[in-house]
Design a protein around this ligand. Structure first.
Ligand code: R5P
Length: 289
């Protein structure tokens, strides 16, 4: 075991040094096999290197919470504006038309709900991800959780082992326990643990000092939106995350709980891919609304 005495916090993040892509538009993926690169290119736009993922997997722990009561009515009309869909296999098979032809980041672990103890998850079979033509598999990690940390890290590296056989990239999703401080030190550690265990994408949360989180993570980081914010603030969140090194967003509630969900996702898309400022993004939101 590494000597934990004199554990020094990282300070040399090279924040003025931009990442050199090494001939491929997805960070850390230059040396991956063709199938991995093809799948990652379906998620991350080769022109911008960025992505707007629409997350609507909330029902698997929360049930029909606000905005996902009717996938056919609330979510499907938004999918045309998303670069990638993140959902469970049950919703994909029952409610998402295959003719949409959108890449899917398949929620690939499940176990508990908000009614009991969250995070006690197991993996679905990689064969199911293949059958569903998933472009990536998403697996949650409860870093810092004394009960579920080891199990969820094991879920991630098992998913990486299985996904690698078929060139399916894995997205590590960092859950935040109530006891964790939501700061750059925590998210930096959690994101790096995902990448060190083979994740090709990391999903985490924006925080002050996020540029260090993104800089120290050798694969692309996308941010979750978290609880619903006023639209202008949500666009600021997207802008700040991209500005600080995120490769995109994987948002749910700030899209489907918006007063104008289809307009909101278009405004987010413009901020992420076209470099609109939050002010310009909000003007677009108001104009289209
Ligand atoms: C979290 O585990 C869920 O997988 C959601 O996909 C994630 O939290 C993103 O959704 P939101 O933007 O609503 O936080």
């Amino acid at each position: 075991m590494a000597d934990l005495d004199d554990l020094r916090e990282g300070a040399e993040f090279g924040l003025n040094e931009t990442f050199v892509p090494q001939g491929f538009h997805v960070k850390g993926a230059a040396h991956l096999p063709w199938g991995m690169k093809d799948r990652l290119s379906r998620i991350f736009n080769p022109q911008t290197g960025r992505t707007v993922m629409l997350a609507f997997d909330h029902g698997f722990i929360m049930g029909p919470t606000s905005g996902v009561e009717r996938i056919d009515l609330n979510i499907i009309p938004l999918t045309v504006y998303a670069d990638c869909l993140m959902c469970t296999r049950g919703i994909l098979q029952t409610s998402v038309p295959p003719s949409l032809n959108k890449p899917v980041c398949l929620r690939s672990d499940a176990g508990t709900t908000i009614l009991t103890e969250l995070n006690d998850n197991v993996l679905i079979d990689v064969e199911d991800a293949i059958r569903l033509n998933a472009s990536a598999m998403a697996v949650m990690l409860a870093i810092g959780d004394p009960v579920f940390e080891a199990k969820t890290i094991a879920n991630l590296y098992k998913a990486v082992d299985r996904g690698s056989r078929y060139n399916i990239p894995i997205m590590g999703v960092t859950a935040v326990g109530k006891q964790m401080t939501r700061d750059a030190r925590y998210f930096g550690l959690a994101s790096r643990v995902c990448a060190e265990n083979g994740a090709s994408i990391v999903k985490t949360y924006y925080c002050e000092g996020f540029e260090k989180v993104a800089a120290a993570c050798p694969v692309p980081v996308v941010i979750a939106g978290g609880k619903k914010l006023p639209e202008k603030e949500a666009l600021e969140l997207c802008y700040n995350a991209i500005n600080d090194g995120a490769a995109g967003v994987d948002m749910g509630r700030n899209v489907f709980q918006s007063v104008s969900p289809a307009v909101m996702i278009q405004a987010i898309h413009a901020v992420v891919h076209d470099g609109l400022t939050p002010k310009q993004g909000y003007e677009l939101f108001m104009d289209l609304s």
